[in-house]
Design a protein around this ligand. Sequence first.
Ligand SMILES: N[C@@H](CCC[C@H](N)C(=O)O)C(=O)O
Length: 300
Amino acid sequence: MKNSPALAFVKGHGTQNDFVILPDRQAQIELTEELTAALCDRQRGLGADGVLRVATAGSLVAEGVLERLPDGVSGVDWFMDYRNADGSIAEMCGNGVRVFAHFCRAEGLVDSDEFTVGSRAGARPVRIHSADETDAEVSVSMGPVVLEGAGRVGIAGRTLTGEAVDVGNPHLACVVDGLTVADLAGLDLTTGAELDAAQFPHGANVEILTPLTAASDGGSADFHAHMRVFERGVGETRSCGTGLVAAAAAALSGAGRESGAVAITVPGGDVLVTVADGSAVLRGPSRLVARGELLAGWAD
Ligand SMILES: N[C@@H](CCC[C@H](N)C(=O)O)C(=O)O
């Protein structure tokens, strides 16, 4: 790309779903697809699953990045302008919101442990349970979780059936009968995911989940499961917050339940999803790992 700009950045991750965070209060960075993809490139850029631009919602509207303020978001709210590694825009990112909230708190952009993060899917209230410069534990109210019926995907050399779930962004959550943790670990997710374009005109993220087992650790979960994910616009990632919510809701529904708390282990760590009354809370860690500056021309 030509004239790649000098940029201040912070790098962080939520259960190893990793992000380049761009502080840009007044939305002055021209965050093109090309720039985003270069930032996320693990050879020529910083490397990440996605980019989180940190701007006020009002400035993104003023600069034409957003057409209007999404539901429940006010102009002064901090807005997570999320981009996938291929440069595409997605409506929501559950791990991203935890990392974004941690960044806002650690940088002093907010002075409370409870505040609202704006996203294209609407307002996402967050609660920071603990935070220091590097580590935080954050809960995110993820909004409505809508089960939309059965779907199919060709993935890992098999055809899987699952439940289409809207968590602000689209998912197909596949709970596979009899799938063991070893089977799950052995799946080859490098060859992509083939979805029905009529059912998912904008693509979807695909989750593969072991069946629920009763939680045995005496913690706050009712159930436990293991999951891997193939993300739209990225490929396999080590975790996906919206995918974890979609998977928990689909698995509970498959077990005849509308609510419950599900602890899920992904390659990048562990989170807790609590589903009740058609919505969900996602609780998990955030880590900020580096701070630096890209030099002008870094991607030319
Ligand atoms: N990793 C994210 C989801 C990011 C967006 C997704 N790839 C999409 O295109 O919908 C998460 O933690 O939710």
